[in-house]
Structures are given as C-alpha cells and as structure tokens.
Design a protein around this ligand. Structure first.
Ligand code: PEP
Ligand code: MN
Length: 345
C-alpha cells in the first residue's frame, strides 16, 4: 500500500500514521520528497484498512498495490490454470478453445436432447450444456426438470461421450448435481451467493462462474476467490454480458474486454457465452469469433432442435442446421488462431 501525504501535512500527522501502522505489525518506509512525503507500507498480511487511513488527517491518497483477490491473481500464480477432465479434455492456458453447447433448459423430450448431443459431438464440441434447475426471472416460467433433467444429461453423455455442464442454484442440491455433472455452473444471478460459492469450494469438481449482469470484474474475480480459498482450484470464469442501456437490439452488453483483462490479472480460464451475452441467435457467430480472437478459452452457446418451441431462450438458440454452419465457421477460426502452435496437435 502507498500513502501519499498532503503537501502541507505536519510531521506530527506523519508520525501518527507511522505509529498507527507500526502498532498493527506492518512495516513502513517514508520517501521524503521536496513537495510530498510518501509512505510505502509492507507486510505479509494487510492489518490496516485503507479507508481508515485515507480518512486520517494529512493524507491525500491511499493506493492499494495488492488486489483483494489473491489466490486467483496472476501475482500469486503466474502460470495459467489448465483444468483437465478424465477423458483428456483441457480448458485454459494454450489449449485449443473448447465448445459447450446445448439447450437452455433440459426438456422432457429426451430424443430432442439426444439429437442436440449427437450434432454437438459430430461438430467436435466437447461439452453438452443444459439447465435442470433453472433460475427464471418469473416464478411462473418453467423451472426445470430437476433430477430427471440431470439423468437425461447423464444418459446423453453415455451415448456421446460429451462432458456435462449444468447449473447449481442451491447448496442443498450440490451433492445430487455432483453425481451427474462434469462442471457445476453458478448462474449470473448467484455470483454473490457466498454460501453457495463457499460450499462449491469444498467439492472437487470444476466450477464455472458466470458474470452477474451488474458485476464488476473485481467482483467476478472475488466470486472465484471464494471458491478457490475454500479449497477448490478448478474454477472457470464465464463472461455472459452485463446490463447496458440499449436493450432494443441486444439483451446484454457482451464485455469482450473482460477476456484479456481477466487473462492479464488472473490465471483462471475464461470462456464467453454469446447467447446470453446478446440474446439474439444471429449474434452468436460474430461475437463468438470476437471472443476467440480476444483470447477466450472456450465458448458456450445455446442450441435447440426446435427453438420456436423451446421452454426457455428460444430466440437466442440456434437450430441444428444453423448450429452446424456457425460451428463450422468457429472451428475454422479456432484452427487459424496461433495458440503457440499447440493448436495443431
Ligand atoms: C444459463 O446459462 O442457462 C443461464 C441461466 O445463464 P445466466 O446465468 O448467464 O443468465
Ligand atoms: Mn438460457
């Protein structure tokens, strides 16, 4: 932490601050300038509150050097985290970006889900996504098939070998979902459900956290810090758009800048969801490409065998023909991006 004193701060004010910090076990070094005095504060543990210091007499500004997210920061862990699944699929670092596709909700038509899963497999996708517990804005909307939906996903995995991503909304359901899923998704609405995040820190399965519609990048990283600091290192971040002011053309503002920013400040893999990020199926391809070029470790997008009759998010889901066409084009781009030659393996 750096404390900049006001130009007219007195020696007494400076001494008071130095004593305050010393009393709390941290070390200081004063840089005496011609105009300003600057105090550098060191210590293994931050035992003083920057806000308290900034309110003290004689202080002009306080700058925190270390970010509050420690374990997920690059400072703490310079190497990229690469998450490996039992079938050899990897997410993160210089690995080839992964594709996660599937319906918004798992629906009662298992044959439809199987059709989706087969198309996904055929197009080289690695993950089947689908919600069995659905966080719906209205309590009157379809809430998900719950365990039946999980069973359908597991059955589709058995048939295709695809890995399963599905949402967990409640701590109560974690052990049930762990029986079926390969990645447990924390939905945008639960990014600050700290009890859920802590509980997911105590499991071994990878957790994917979606950015909340009003979450800052710092809050996004701190949500991941909750999981990692409770013992689970396998966390993936998913940018899915934040709330903007122009909902006429797109559901959210897909924040592509979050990708290189997260890659700069954190070692965790980051993927992008252009379906929820835009709300429009025609935007999946261009925004998916933009995300890949920006360095995303994967994409998640919604597809459905009959979008017009989907139980949720039909408007942002591709039908299977559109899915094939878009995915062919995304795969072509993935093949052209140079991931330090790792892509060609
Ligand atoms: C989803 O991926 O099914 C979902 C509900 O997305 P989000 O939490 O980003 O709204
Ligand atoms: Mn959806």
């Amino acid at each position: 932490m750096i404390i900049v004193m006001e130009h007219n701060a007195t020696q007494q004010q400076l001494d008071r601050i130095l004593k305050y910090i010393d009393d709390r076990g941290m070390k200081t070094h004063v840089n005496k300038g011609d105009v300003l005095n600057v105090i550098a504060v060191f210590g293994d543990k931050l035992t003083i509150n920057p806000e308290t210091i900034s309110a003290m007499d004689g202080v002009a500004a306080v700058k925190k050097i270390q970010e509050p997210y420690k374990l997920v920061s690059r400072q703490a862990h310079p190497e990229d985290t690469v998450i490996e699944f039992p079938n050899g699929v990897k997410i993160g670092g210089l690995e080839r970006p992964v594709l996660m596709v599937g319906p918004c909700s798992v629906e009662k038509d298992y044959e439809g889900l199987l059709q989706i899963a087969r198309a996904a497999k055929e197009m080289g996708c690695q993950f089947l996504r689908g919600g069995a517990f659905k966080p719906r804005t209205s309590p009157y909307d379809f809430q998900g098939l719950e365990e039946k939906g999980l069973q359908y996903l597991a059955k589709a995995r058995q048939e295709t070998g695809l890995l399963i991503v599905t949402e967990v909304m409640d701590t109560m359901d974690i052990s049930l979902i762990c029986k079926y899923a390969d990645i447990l998704q924390v939905g945008a609405r639960n990014i600050q459900n700290f009890k859920l995040l802590k509980a997911l820190g105590r499991i071994k399965k990878p957790v994917m956290i979606k950015r909340g519609p009003a979450a800052t990048i710092k809050e996004f990283l701190l949500a991941a810090e909750y999981v990692v600091s409770n013992g689970n290192d396998n966390v993936i971040l998913c940018e899915r758009g934040i709330r903007g002011f122009d909902s006429e053309f797109s559901r959210n503002v897909l924040d592509i800048t979050a990708v290189p920013i997260i890659r700069k400040y954190s070692h965790l893999p980051v993927i992008v969801d252009p379906s929820h990020g835009t709300g429009k199926r025609y935007l999946i391809e261009p925004m998916g490409k933009a995300a890949l070029v920006a360095g995303a470790h994967g994409l998640m997008y919604e597809i459905h065998q009959d979008p017009d009759n989907a139980m949720s998010d039909g408007a942002q889901s591709l039908n299977l023909d559109q899915f094939r066409e878009v995915t062919r084009s995304l795969n072509k781009l993935i093949g052209r991006i140079d991931y330090d030659n790792k892509n060609s393996k």
